[in-house]
Design a protein around this ligand. Structure first.
Ligand SMILES: [Ca+2]
Length: 117
């Protein structure tokens, strides 16, 4: 019986979500809005697409990502594997840590760092 209540509540929530029309994605921020312009109500972030360097997934690329990756490589914490291939060679290792450090130091302007073929 308890699950019926939850199911009805889920259907209610779903119907409310489907009632929302005119969803729009802000091309600059990637945020999804209900409304036809940027003045609409912020709904949610779109499904996660890995942003190279944002290893901890907080939307920023900063020294915390460096710390997270270092700890991740040491096996101490979990991290966003797709975002961690900063030196884009399909592997996650010390080269990614180095590339992120170079980016944070300003020596690399964009991520990922694509190795020479
Ligand atoms: Ca981050």
């Amino acid at each position: 019986m308890g699950s019926n209540v939850r199911d009805r509540h889920s259907v209610f929530i779903l119907s409310r979500l489907l009632a929302v029309t005119g969803l729009a994605v802000d091309r600059f921020t990637g945020k999804l809005y209900a409304g036809t312009d940027r003045g609409g109500v912020f709904v949610t972030q779109p499904a996660a697409t890995a942003r190279p360097g944002d290893v901890n997934g907080d939307g920023k690329i900063d020294v915390l990502d460096l710390v997270t990756l270092a700890n991740g490589l040491a096996g101490n914490v979990k991290f966003d594997q797709a975002a961690a291939d900063i030196f884009a060679d399909g592997q996650i290792n010390i080269q990614d840590l180095s590339a992120l450090g170079q980016y944070l130091a300003g020596n690399v302007k964009t991520l990922p760092v694509v190795p020479f073929q």
